[in-house]
Design a protein. Structure first.
Length: 258
């Protein structure tokens, strides 16, 4: 068999075109394919929801790949170990209450399980705006990350979702857009993004779950984004709260879909 370069290109373009078209009208759109975003997507897809994640970078996983200071080990606490077991991520007891996991195994496993559950992940796409109808955030405006980086004047496309989740981490990109453009008052104490506090793992691991919720009509936050929006501390290279956060938002949305 002689490989035809044109057929290879045709296969990629036709397949991706179909994938992108199906991503334009979904139940839940998630921005950010970090551990919280992918965990949230996994539980939603497991429940039969149509879920797409838009990731601006080439790779998924957020900061989990690097563990702490590029030592690719992460810490998981007791509360979240049930989730790692469900995913099939191996953990090792280091000391009572502290479990270690290989960050490469953790990211690749969460990604694989999510995709196999039915989640579509489209990388190298950035959310540059939100779609708002009748005071509710109901979609995203998308463009290629390369267009954003090159600062090119190229018009974007729009997609629709019943719910949008900001899982962009410290940057809280989607909430910043909504605050700047929508005129909506956020469901924080100040009505605006409060900003994250200094690192305090013990408090952050609890507040990140508490803060993972709807911040404006149709818009949820999970992962580090939740603490950045509601004013909680950051937690460093312990990732149990990230997983619990994603699972909580998925459960909240599923209750509203009944």
């Amino acid at each position: 068999m002689i490989l035809d370069d044109i057929k290879i290109s045709q296969a990629i373009i036709e397949s991706y075109k179909d994938k992108l078209l199906k991503a334009l009208d979904v139940d839940v759109a998630i921005v950010g394919a970090g551990p919280a975003g992918m965990t949230c997507a996994y539980y939603l897809a497991q429940a039969g929801k149509k879920v797409v994640i838009f990731e601006r970078k080439l790779s998924v996983g957020g900061g989990m790949w690097g563990g702490g200071i590029m030592f690719n080990e992460i810490v998981i606490q007791d509360k979240a170990r049930e989730i790692t077991q469900e995913f099939g991520i191996r953990t090792r007891l280091w000391e009572k209450g502290y479990y270690l996991a290989d960050s490469i195994e953790a990211v690749s496993t969460i990604c694989s399980k999510s995709v196999k559950a039915g989640v579509k992940i489209l990388n190298l796409l950035s959310a540059e705006d939100v779609m708002i109808r009748k005071g509710c955030i109901c979609g995203l405006v998308l463009n290629w990350t390369s267009v954003e980086i090159a600062n090119l004047h190229v018009d974007p496309v729009t997609m629709r979702a019943k719910f949008v989740i900001d899982a962009t981490g410290h940057a809280a990109e989607v909430v910043h857009i909504a605050q700047r453009k929508s005129g909506l008052r956020l469901r924080t104490k100040t009505g605006k993004i409060m900003g994250e506090q200094s690192m305090w793992a013990d408090r952050a691991e609890d507040t990140i779950v508490k803060n993972s919720k709807e911040v404006a009509p149709g818009l949820y936050v999970c992962g580090m984004c939740a603490n950045a929006v509601f004013g909680g501390p950051r937690m460093g290279p312990i990732f149990g709260g990230m997983l619990l956060s994603g699972k909580k938002v998925a459960a909240d949305i599923l209750r509203r879909c009944r």
